[in-house]
Design a binder for this molecule. Structure first.
Ligand SMILES: *[C@@H]1O[C@H](CO)[C@@H](O)[C@H](O)[C@H]1NC(C)=O
Ligand SMILES: *[C@@H]1O[C@H](CO)[C@@H](O)[C@H](O)[C@H]1NC(C)=O
Ligand SMILES: *[C@@H]1O[C@H](CO)[C@@H](O)[C@H](O)[C@H]1NC(C)=O
Ligand SMILES: *[C@@H]1O[C@H](CO)[C@@H](O)[C@H](O)[C@H]1NC(C)=O
Ligand SMILES: *[C@@H]1O[C@H](CO)[C@@H](O)[C@H](O)[C@H]1NC(C)=O
Length: 431
Protein backbone atom coordinates (compact mmCIF):
# COMPACT_ATOMS: atom_id res chain seq x y z
CA UNK A 1 0.00 0.00 0.00
CA UNK A 2 2.57 2.50 1.14
CA UNK A 3 4.65 2.11 -2.04
CA UNK A 4 1.62 3.45 -3.97
CA UNK A 5 1.76 6.60 -1.93
CA UNK A 6 5.44 6.95 -2.61
CA UNK A 7 4.88 6.60 -6.36
CA UNK A 8 2.06 9.11 -6.21
CA UNK A 9 4.21 11.47 -4.17
CA UNK A 10 7.05 11.19 -6.65
CA UNK A 11 4.80 11.91 -9.62
CA UNK A 12 3.37 15.00 -7.92
CA UNK A 13 6.90 16.14 -7.28
CA UNK A 14 7.79 15.50 -10.93
CA UNK A 15 4.88 17.64 -12.09
CA UNK A 16 5.89 20.43 -9.75
CA UNK A 17 9.50 20.19 -10.87
CA UNK A 18 8.45 20.27 -14.53
CA UNK A 19 6.41 23.41 -13.87
CA UNK A 20 9.35 25.02 -12.12
CA UNK A 21 11.78 24.14 -14.92
CA UNK A 22 9.29 25.31 -17.53
CA UNK A 23 9.09 28.69 -15.83
CA UNK A 24 12.88 28.86 -15.68
CA UNK A 25 13.76 27.72 -19.16
CA UNK A 26 10.79 27.87 -21.52
CA UNK A 27 10.20 31.08 -23.47
CA UNK A 28 7.70 33.34 -21.66
CA UNK A 29 4.07 32.75 -22.64
CA UNK A 30 2.69 34.92 -25.41
CA UNK A 31 0.20 37.57 -24.34
CA UNK A 32 -3.35 36.21 -24.48
CA UNK A 33 -5.19 39.46 -23.99
CA UNK A 34 -4.31 42.77 -25.64
CA UNK A 35 -5.05 46.35 -24.58
CA UNK A 36 -6.68 48.74 -27.04
CA UNK A 37 -6.96 52.52 -26.84
CA UNK A 38 -9.70 53.41 -29.34
CA UNK A 39 -9.20 57.16 -29.37
CA UNK A 40 -11.14 59.99 -30.99
CA UNK A 41 -8.17 60.99 -33.16
CA UNK A 42 -5.62 58.17 -32.72
CA UNK A 43 -5.84 54.49 -31.77
CA UNK A 44 -3.20 52.03 -30.61
CA UNK A 45 -2.76 48.49 -29.30
CA UNK A 46 -0.36 47.13 -26.70
CA UNK A 47 0.51 43.96 -24.90
CA UNK A 48 1.94 43.07 -21.55
CA UNK A 49 4.92 40.73 -21.45
CA UNK A 50 5.17 38.16 -18.71
CA UNK A 51 8.49 37.87 -16.84
CA UNK A 52 9.89 41.30 -17.83
CA UNK A 53 6.67 43.09 -16.93
CA UNK A 54 7.13 45.38 -19.93
CA UNK A 55 4.38 46.69 -22.11
CA UNK A 56 5.06 47.06 -25.80
CA UNK A 57 2.92 49.24 -27.98
CA UNK A 58 2.89 47.74 -31.44
CA UNK A 59 3.95 49.39 -34.63
CA UNK A 60 0.79 49.31 -36.69
CA UNK A 61 1.45 51.20 -39.92
CA UNK A 62 4.66 52.43 -41.60
CA UNK A 63 6.64 52.64 -38.37
CA UNK A 64 3.84 54.45 -36.52
CA UNK A 65 2.57 53.15 -33.20
CA UNK A 66 -0.76 54.93 -33.13
CA UNK A 67 -2.85 55.25 -36.26
CA UNK A 68 -5.34 58.01 -37.02
CA UNK A 69 -8.90 56.90 -36.17
CA UNK A 70 -9.93 57.48 -39.77
CA UNK A 71 -11.65 55.08 -42.18
CA UNK A 72 -12.32 55.59 -45.89
CA UNK A 73 -14.99 53.52 -47.61
CA UNK A 74 -14.18 53.22 -51.33
CA UNK A 75 -15.62 51.31 -54.27
CA UNK A 76 -12.66 48.98 -54.27
CA UNK A 77 -12.31 48.49 -50.54
CA UNK A 78 -11.65 50.13 -47.19
CA UNK A 79 -8.63 52.17 -46.11
CA UNK A 80 -7.69 52.77 -42.47
CA UNK A 81 -5.39 55.11 -40.53
CA UNK A 82 -2.64 56.89 -42.45
CA UNK A 83 -3.82 55.32 -45.72
CA UNK A 84 -7.27 56.82 -45.18
CA UNK A 85 -5.80 60.22 -44.24
CA UNK A 86 -3.62 60.27 -47.38
CA UNK A 87 -6.65 60.24 -49.67
CA UNK A 88 -9.00 62.29 -47.46
CA UNK A 89 -8.68 65.51 -49.46
CA UNK A 90 -9.84 63.83 -52.68
CA UNK A 91 -12.62 61.92 -51.05
CA UNK A 92 -14.02 63.99 -48.15
CA UNK A 93 -17.57 62.58 -48.22
CA UNK A 94 -16.44 58.95 -47.80
CA UNK A 95 -13.67 59.59 -45.26
CA UNK A 96 -15.02 59.03 -41.75
CA UNK A 97 -13.40 60.32 -38.55
CA UNK A 98 -14.44 61.38 -35.03
CA UNK A 99 -16.81 58.37 -34.91
CA UNK A 100 -16.17 58.08 -31.17
CA UNK A 101 -18.05 61.34 -30.63
CA UNK A 102 -21.18 59.58 -31.97
CA UNK A 103 -20.90 56.04 -30.63
CA UNK A 104 -23.81 54.80 -28.49
CA UNK A 105 -25.36 58.26 -28.25
CA UNK A 106 -28.73 59.64 -29.27
CA UNK A 107 -29.06 63.02 -30.93
CA UNK A 108 -31.93 65.43 -31.44
CA UNK A 109 -32.58 66.71 -34.97
CA UNK A 110 -31.04 70.08 -34.02
CA UNK A 111 -27.90 68.40 -32.69
CA UNK A 112 -27.53 66.39 -35.90
CA UNK A 113 -27.89 69.58 -38.00
CA UNK A 114 -25.33 71.33 -35.81
CA UNK A 115 -22.88 68.40 -36.09
CA UNK A 116 -23.42 68.22 -39.86
CA UNK A 117 -21.93 71.72 -40.25
CA UNK A 118 -18.60 70.49 -38.87
CA UNK A 119 -18.18 67.38 -40.99
CA UNK A 120 -17.56 66.72 -44.67
CA UNK A 121 -19.35 63.34 -44.56
CA UNK A 122 -23.12 62.95 -44.33
CA UNK A 123 -24.68 62.25 -40.93
CA UNK A 124 -28.11 60.61 -40.62
CA UNK A 125 -30.11 59.80 -37.52
CA UNK A 126 -32.65 56.97 -37.26
CA UNK A 127 -36.03 57.24 -35.50
CA UNK A 128 -34.34 56.79 -32.09
CA UNK A 129 -31.73 59.47 -32.77
CA UNK A 130 -28.89 56.99 -33.27
CA UNK A 131 -26.48 58.29 -35.86
CA UNK A 132 -24.97 56.65 -38.95
CA UNK A 133 -22.73 57.99 -41.67
CA UNK A 134 -24.07 57.85 -45.20
CA UNK A 135 -21.51 57.03 -47.87
CA UNK A 136 -21.91 56.24 -51.55
CA UNK A 137 -20.23 53.04 -52.72
CA UNK A 138 -20.62 51.73 -56.26
CA UNK A 139 -23.26 54.47 -56.80
CA UNK A 140 -25.46 53.19 -53.96
CA UNK A 141 -25.93 54.66 -50.53
CA UNK A 142 -24.56 52.66 -47.61
CA UNK A 143 -25.05 53.45 -43.93
CA UNK A 144 -22.01 52.96 -41.73
CA UNK A 145 -22.54 53.13 -37.96
CA UNK A 146 -20.01 54.61 -35.52
CA UNK A 147 -19.43 51.10 -34.13
CA UNK A 148 -18.74 49.85 -37.68
CA UNK A 149 -16.03 52.51 -37.98
CA UNK A 150 -14.70 51.46 -34.56
CA UNK A 151 -14.67 47.80 -35.58
CA UNK A 152 -12.69 48.54 -38.75
CA UNK A 153 -10.05 50.40 -36.70
CA UNK A 154 -9.95 47.68 -34.03
CA UNK A 155 -9.69 45.07 -36.80
CA UNK A 156 -6.58 46.81 -38.17
CA UNK A 157 -5.00 46.82 -34.69
CA UNK A 158 -5.90 43.14 -34.21
CA UNK A 159 -4.18 42.29 -37.50
CA UNK A 160 -1.06 44.15 -36.37
CA UNK A 161 -0.93 42.04 -33.19
CA UNK A 162 -1.47 38.80 -35.09
CA UNK A 163 1.28 39.72 -37.54
CA UNK A 164 3.57 40.39 -34.61
CA UNK A 165 2.74 37.28 -32.55
CA UNK A 166 1.94 34.89 -35.42
CA UNK A 167 -1.02 33.55 -33.45
CA UNK A 168 -4.69 34.54 -33.47
CA UNK A 169 -5.70 36.96 -30.73
CA UNK A 170 -9.32 37.07 -29.69
CA UNK A 171 -9.54 38.77 -26.32
CA UNK A 172 -8.99 42.40 -25.41
CA UNK A 173 -9.52 45.16 -22.88
CA UNK A 174 -10.71 48.54 -24.21
CA UNK A 175 -10.46 52.01 -22.74
CA UNK A 176 -13.29 54.55 -22.87
CA UNK A 177 -13.67 58.14 -21.64
CA UNK A 178 -14.65 58.26 -17.96
CA UNK A 179 -17.81 60.16 -18.87
CA UNK A 180 -19.15 57.37 -21.16
CA UNK A 181 -22.48 56.01 -19.95
CA UNK A 182 -23.52 52.36 -20.05
CA UNK A 183 -24.87 52.58 -23.59
CA UNK A 184 -21.72 54.20 -24.97
CA UNK A 185 -19.68 51.48 -23.25
CA UNK A 186 -21.94 48.79 -24.72
CA UNK A 187 -21.57 50.13 -28.24
CA UNK A 188 -17.80 50.40 -27.84
CA UNK A 189 -17.78 46.74 -26.80
CA UNK A 190 -19.94 45.98 -29.82
CA UNK A 191 -17.26 47.55 -32.04
CA UNK A 192 -14.78 45.11 -30.52
CA UNK A 193 -17.15 42.16 -31.01
CA UNK A 194 -17.70 43.10 -34.67
CA UNK A 195 -13.92 42.94 -35.10
CA UNK A 196 -13.96 39.39 -33.71
CA UNK A 197 -12.72 40.20 -30.22
CA UNK A 198 -14.17 39.21 -26.90
CA UNK A 199 -13.96 42.35 -24.77
CA UNK A 200 -13.19 41.21 -21.24
CA UNK A 201 -13.53 44.66 -19.72
CA UNK A 202 -13.72 48.34 -20.53
CA UNK A 203 -11.78 50.70 -18.28
CA UNK A 204 -11.77 54.47 -18.00
CA UNK A 205 -8.96 56.29 -19.79
CA UNK A 206 -7.81 58.21 -16.66
CA UNK A 207 -7.67 54.95 -14.69
CA UNK A 208 -5.62 53.38 -17.48
CA UNK A 209 -3.20 56.32 -17.42
CA UNK A 210 -2.77 55.95 -13.65
CA UNK A 211 -2.12 52.22 -14.10
CA UNK A 212 0.56 52.98 -16.67
CA UNK A 213 2.45 54.52 -13.75
CA UNK A 214 1.71 51.53 -11.52
CA UNK A 215 -0.30 53.69 -9.12
CA UNK A 216 -2.67 50.76 -8.40
CA UNK A 217 0.22 48.99 -6.66
CA UNK A 218 1.32 51.78 -4.31
CA UNK A 219 -0.32 51.76 -0.91
CA UNK A 220 0.66 55.34 -0.06
CA UNK A 221 -1.07 56.88 -3.10
CA UNK A 222 -4.69 57.90 -2.61
CA UNK A 223 -5.59 60.93 -4.70
CA UNK A 224 -4.51 61.06 -8.33
CA UNK A 225 -5.14 63.98 -10.67
CA UNK A 226 -5.22 63.03 -14.36
CA UNK A 227 -4.91 65.87 -16.87
CA UNK A 228 -5.63 64.89 -20.48
CA UNK A 229 -4.97 67.63 -23.05
CA UNK A 230 -5.31 66.47 -26.63
CA UNK A 231 -5.79 68.10 -30.00
CA UNK A 232 -9.18 69.59 -29.27
CA UNK A 233 -10.28 68.68 -25.77
CA UNK A 234 -9.19 68.96 -22.16
CA UNK A 235 -10.34 66.42 -19.56
CA UNK A 236 -9.43 66.43 -15.89
CA UNK A 237 -10.29 63.65 -13.43
CA UNK A 238 -9.66 63.16 -9.77
CA UNK A 239 -9.31 59.48 -8.90
CA UNK A 240 -9.23 57.87 -5.53
CA UNK A 241 -7.13 54.70 -5.35
CA UNK A 242 -7.25 52.23 -2.52
CA UNK A 243 -6.03 48.65 -2.50
CA UNK A 244 -6.06 48.47 -6.29
CA UNK A 245 -9.58 49.92 -6.47
CA UNK A 246 -10.20 53.06 -8.43
CA UNK A 247 -13.07 55.45 -7.89
CA UNK A 248 -13.60 58.57 -10.00
CA UNK A 249 -14.37 61.36 -7.53
CA UNK A 250 -14.79 64.25 -9.97
CA UNK A 251 -14.49 65.10 -13.67
CA UNK A 252 -14.31 68.46 -15.40
CA UNK A 253 -13.35 69.45 -18.89
CA UNK A 254 -13.40 71.88 -21.75
CA UNK A 255 -14.19 70.27 -25.09
CA UNK A 256 -13.02 73.36 -26.97
CA UNK A 257 -9.44 73.61 -25.81
CA UNK A 258 -6.45 71.76 -27.17
CA UNK A 259 -3.44 71.70 -29.45
CA UNK A 260 -5.39 72.96 -32.47
CA UNK A 261 -6.13 76.20 -30.62
CA UNK A 262 -2.43 76.78 -29.93
CA UNK A 263 -1.70 76.17 -33.63
CA UNK A 264 -4.41 78.61 -34.62
CA UNK A 265 -2.84 81.38 -32.53
CA UNK A 266 0.54 80.80 -34.16
CA UNK A 267 -1.06 80.69 -37.60
CA UNK A 268 -2.81 84.02 -37.00
CA UNK A 269 0.46 85.57 -35.84
CA UNK A 270 2.24 84.40 -39.01
CA UNK A 271 -0.58 85.58 -41.28
CA UNK A 272 -0.22 89.01 -39.70
CA UNK A 273 3.54 88.97 -40.40
CA UNK A 274 2.92 87.89 -44.01
CA UNK A 275 0.42 90.71 -44.46
CA UNK A 276 2.94 93.24 -43.13
CA UNK A 277 5.73 91.94 -45.32
CA UNK A 278 3.84 91.54 -48.60
CA UNK A 279 1.21 94.27 -48.07
CA UNK A 280 -1.63 91.86 -48.80
CA UNK A 281 -3.33 88.99 -46.95
CA UNK A 282 -2.60 85.34 -47.74
CA UNK A 283 -5.81 83.60 -48.80
CA UNK A 284 -4.67 80.82 -51.15
CA UNK A 285 -5.94 77.49 -49.83
CA UNK A 286 -2.86 75.47 -50.72
CA UNK A 287 -0.41 78.01 -49.30
CA UNK A 288 -2.49 78.09 -46.12
CA UNK A 289 -2.38 74.31 -45.92
CA UNK A 290 1.43 74.30 -46.21
CA UNK A 291 1.65 77.03 -43.59
CA UNK A 292 -0.57 74.98 -41.24
CA UNK A 293 1.76 72.01 -41.55
CA UNK A 294 4.79 74.22 -40.82
CA UNK A 295 3.01 75.60 -37.77
CA UNK A 296 2.40 72.10 -36.38
CA UNK A 297 6.05 71.19 -37.01
CA UNK A 298 7.27 74.38 -35.32
CA UNK A 299 5.00 73.78 -32.30
CA UNK A 300 6.45 70.28 -31.87
CA UNK A 301 10.01 71.63 -32.22
CA UNK A 302 9.39 74.24 -29.54
CA UNK A 303 8.85 71.46 -27.01
CA UNK A 304 12.53 70.57 -27.29
CA UNK A 305 14.19 73.76 -28.60
CA UNK A 306 14.12 77.44 -27.66
CA UNK A 307 13.36 78.47 -31.21
CA UNK A 308 12.02 77.02 -34.45
CA UNK A 309 12.27 78.54 -37.87
CA UNK A 310 9.48 78.53 -40.38
CA UNK A 311 10.34 78.98 -44.02
CA UNK A 312 8.27 78.38 -47.11
CA UNK A 313 7.66 79.59 -50.65
CA UNK A 314 4.30 81.25 -51.13
CA UNK A 315 3.08 79.96 -54.49
CA UNK A 316 0.23 82.46 -54.68
CA UNK A 317 2.69 85.35 -54.15
CA UNK A 318 4.83 84.38 -57.18
CA UNK A 319 6.88 81.87 -55.14
CA UNK A 320 8.07 84.57 -52.75
CA UNK A 321 10.07 83.28 -49.77
CA UNK A 322 8.77 83.79 -46.28
CA UNK A 323 10.98 83.09 -43.28
CA UNK A 324 10.31 83.67 -39.62
CA UNK A 325 11.88 82.52 -36.37
CA UNK A 326 9.49 81.65 -33.57
CA UNK A 327 10.93 81.56 -30.10
CA UNK A 328 9.41 79.50 -27.33
CA UNK A 329 8.92 82.73 -25.38
CA UNK A 330 6.83 84.16 -28.22
CA UNK A 331 4.80 80.95 -28.55
CA UNK A 332 4.06 81.06 -24.81
CA UNK A 333 3.14 84.74 -24.97
CA UNK A 334 0.61 84.42 -27.79
CA UNK A 335 -0.98 81.43 -26.04
CA UNK A 336 -0.68 82.59 -22.42
CA UNK A 337 -4.43 83.02 -21.82
CA UNK A 338 -5.21 79.62 -23.39
CA UNK A 339 -2.55 77.86 -21.31
CA UNK A 340 -4.01 79.40 -18.14
CA UNK A 341 -7.40 77.93 -19.02
CA UNK A 342 -5.92 74.45 -18.46
CA UNK A 343 -6.04 75.25 -14.74
CA UNK A 344 -9.81 75.94 -14.70
CA UNK A 345 -11.06 72.32 -14.70
CA UNK A 346 -8.26 71.42 -12.26
CA UNK A 347 -9.68 73.94 -9.82
CA UNK A 348 -13.19 72.66 -10.42
CA UNK A 349 -12.32 69.04 -9.52
CA UNK A 350 -10.41 70.22 -6.44
CA UNK A 351 -13.44 72.24 -5.35
CA UNK A 352 -15.81 69.33 -6.03
CA UNK A 353 -13.71 66.95 -3.94
CA UNK A 354 -12.78 69.56 -1.31
CA UNK A 355 -9.11 68.71 -1.73
CA UNK A 356 -6.19 71.10 -1.52
CA UNK A 357 -3.33 70.77 -4.04
CA UNK A 358 -1.18 69.35 -1.21
CA UNK A 359 -3.62 66.49 -0.72
CA UNK A 360 -3.13 65.28 -4.30
CA UNK A 361 -0.49 62.53 -4.22
CA UNK A 362 0.28 62.15 -7.92
CA UNK A 363 -0.37 64.01 -11.16
CA UNK A 364 -0.54 62.07 -14.42
CA UNK A 365 -0.38 63.78 -17.81
CA UNK A 366 -2.08 62.35 -20.89
CA UNK A 367 -2.29 63.60 -24.47
CA UNK A 368 0.30 65.11 -26.82
CA UNK A 369 -0.36 68.71 -25.77
CA UNK A 370 0.81 67.97 -22.21
CA UNK A 371 4.34 67.81 -23.65
CA UNK A 372 4.32 71.61 -23.99
CA UNK A 373 6.82 72.81 -21.36
CA UNK A 374 4.65 75.76 -20.29
CA UNK A 375 1.67 73.47 -19.69
CA UNK A 376 3.81 71.25 -17.45
CA UNK A 377 5.27 74.20 -15.53
CA UNK A 378 1.85 75.84 -15.02
CA UNK A 379 0.42 72.60 -13.60
CA UNK A 380 3.50 72.20 -11.42
CA UNK A 381 3.32 75.76 -10.04
CA UNK A 382 -0.40 75.44 -9.40
CA UNK A 383 -0.26 72.03 -7.74
CA UNK A 384 3.11 72.54 -6.03
CA UNK A 385 4.14 69.13 -7.33
CA UNK A 386 5.94 67.89 -10.42
CA UNK A 387 3.63 65.90 -12.72
CA UNK A 388 4.70 62.41 -13.84
CA UNK A 389 6.20 62.56 -17.31
CA UNK A 390 8.08 59.24 -17.62
CA UNK A 391 5.50 57.56 -19.81
CA UNK A 392 4.91 59.10 -23.25
CA UNK A 393 1.62 60.99 -22.66
CA UNK A 394 0.26 59.75 -25.99
CA UNK A 395 0.91 56.13 -24.96
CA UNK A 396 -0.13 56.35 -21.30
CA UNK A 397 -3.67 55.10 -21.92
CA UNK A 398 -2.72 52.18 -24.17
CA UNK A 399 0.07 51.24 -21.73
CA UNK A 400 -2.38 51.14 -18.82
CA UNK A 401 -5.02 49.18 -20.73
CA UNK A 402 -2.33 46.66 -21.63
CA UNK A 403 -1.39 46.28 -17.96
CA UNK A 404 -5.08 45.64 -17.20
CA UNK A 405 -5.11 43.10 -20.07
CA UNK A 406 -2.05 41.43 -18.51
CA UNK A 407 -3.80 41.20 -15.14
CA UNK A 408 -6.93 39.66 -16.69
CA UNK A 409 -4.78 37.29 -18.75
CA UNK A 410 -3.14 36.13 -15.53
CA UNK A 411 0.33 37.12 -16.69
CA UNK A 412 3.08 36.52 -14.18
CA UNK A 413 4.52 38.56 -12.34
CA UNK A 414 1.28 40.56 -12.12
CA UNK A 415 -0.33 39.32 -8.93
CA UNK A 416 -2.08 42.56 -8.10
CA UNK A 417 -5.64 43.29 -9.02
CA UNK A 418 -7.10 46.52 -10.29
CA UNK A 419 -10.81 47.13 -10.21
CA UNK A 420 -12.83 50.14 -11.10
CA UNK A 421 -15.88 51.05 -9.07
CA UNK A 422 -18.82 52.59 -10.92
CA UNK A 423 -19.17 56.28 -10.27
CA UNK A 424 -22.17 58.57 -10.09
CA UNK A 425 -20.32 61.84 -10.54
CA UNK A 426 -21.18 63.98 -13.57
CA UNK A 427 -18.65 65.80 -15.65
CA UNK A 428 -18.49 69.57 -15.18
CA UNK A 429 -18.32 71.28 -18.58
CA UNK A 430 -16.40 74.52 -18.94
CA UNK A 431 -16.59 76.62 -22.10
C1 LIG B 1 12.04 45.36 -20.39
O1 LIG B 1 12.26 45.33 -18.99
C2 LIG B 1 13.61 45.17 -18.63
C3 LIG B 1 13.70 44.97 -17.14
O2 LIG B 1 12.62 45.58 -16.46
C4 LIG B 1 14.41 46.37 -19.13
O3 LIG B 1 15.75 46.26 -18.78
C5 LIG B 1 14.28 46.43 -20.64
O4 LIG B 1 14.94 47.56 -21.16
C6 LIG B 1 12.83 46.46 -21.06
N1 LIG B 1 12.73 46.31 -22.49
C7 LIG B 1 12.01 47.10 -23.27
C8 LIG B 1 12.00 46.77 -24.73
O5 LIG B 1 11.38 48.05 -22.84
C1 LIG C 1 -18.09 47.63 -56.03
O1 LIG C 1 -18.22 46.88 -57.22
C2 LIG C 1 -17.07 46.11 -57.56
C3 LIG C 1 -17.30 45.50 -58.93
O2 LIG C 1 -18.58 44.95 -59.05
C4 LIG C 1 -16.89 45.05 -56.48
O3 LIG C 1 -15.74 44.28 -56.77
C5 LIG C 1 -16.68 45.76 -55.15
O4 LIG C 1 -16.55 44.82 -54.10
C6 LIG C 1 -17.85 46.70 -54.84
N1 LIG C 1 -17.49 47.48 -53.67
C7 LIG C 1 -18.11 47.40 -52.51
C8 LIG C 1 -17.56 48.21 -51.39
O5 LIG C 1 -19.10 46.70 -52.30
C1 LIG D 1 6.68 42.73 -32.30
O1 LIG D 1 6.61 43.99 -31.63
C2 LIG D 1 7.75 44.29 -30.82
C3 LIG D 1 7.48 45.57 -30.07
O2 LIG D 1 7.06 46.59 -30.93
C4 LIG D 1 8.98 44.36 -31.71
O3 LIG D 1 10.12 44.61 -30.91
C5 LIG D 1 9.14 43.06 -32.45
O4 LIG D 1 10.22 43.15 -33.35
C6 LIG D 1 7.86 42.71 -33.23
N1 LIG D 1 8.01 41.39 -33.84
C7 LIG D 1 7.57 41.11 -35.06
C8 LIG D 1 7.79 39.70 -35.51
O5 LIG D 1 7.02 41.93 -35.76
C1 LIG E 1 -25.62 47.07 -21.94
O1 LIG E 1 -25.37 45.69 -22.12
C2 LIG E 1 -25.79 44.89 -21.02
C3 LIG E 1 -25.30 43.48 -21.25
O2 LIG E 1 -25.48 43.09 -22.57
C4 LIG E 1 -27.31 44.99 -20.89
O3 LIG E 1 -27.76 44.22 -19.81
C5 LIG E 1 -27.69 46.45 -20.66
O4 LIG E 1 -29.10 46.59 -20.64
C6 LIG E 1 -27.10 47.33 -21.76
N1 LIG E 1 -27.35 48.72 -21.39
C7 LIG E 1 -27.67 49.67 -22.26
C8 LIG E 1 -27.95 51.02 -21.70
O5 LIG E 1 -27.72 49.48 -23.46
C1 LIG F 1 12.40 71.09 -36.48
O1 LIG F 1 13.57 70.40 -36.08
C2 LIG F 1 14.16 69.60 -37.09
C3 LIG F 1 15.33 68.86 -36.47
O2 LIG F 1 16.03 69.67 -35.56
C4 LIG F 1 14.58 70.48 -38.27
O3 LIG F 1 15.07 69.69 -39.28
C5 LIG F 1 13.32 71.23 -38.78
O4 LIG F 1 13.69 72.13 -39.81
C6 LIG F 1 12.69 72.00 -37.65
N1 LIG F 1 11.46 72.62 -38.14
C7 LIG F 1 11.07 73.84 -37.77
C8 LIG F 1 9.80 74.31 -38.38
O5 LIG F 1 11.70 74.52 -36.99
Amino acid sequence: MSSHYIILGTSVLAVLLAGYLAQMYLPPPKPKVVGIDLGTTFSCVGMYHAVTGNVSVLTTQDGHKCIPSVVAILDDGILVGYDAVAQAEHNPSNTLYDAKRFIGKTFTKEEVDEAQKQYSFKIKADQFGMVSFSVVVNSTERLVSPEDVGSIIIGTLKQAVERNLSVPVNRAVLSVPAEFDEKQRNFTMKAGALAGLEILRVINEPTAAAMAYGLHTKSNIHNVLVVDLGGGTLDVSLLNVQGGMFLTQAMAGNNRLGGQDFNQRLLEYLLERIKEQFKKPLTDKEDLQVLRMKVEEAKLNLTYHDAASISLKLQSFGKASFKETITRVLFEKINSDLFLRVLEPIDRVLQATELTPEEVDEIVLVGGSTRIPRVISLVEEHMKRRPNTDVDPELAVVTGVSVQAGILGGMWPLTVSAVELPTRVKKIHIH
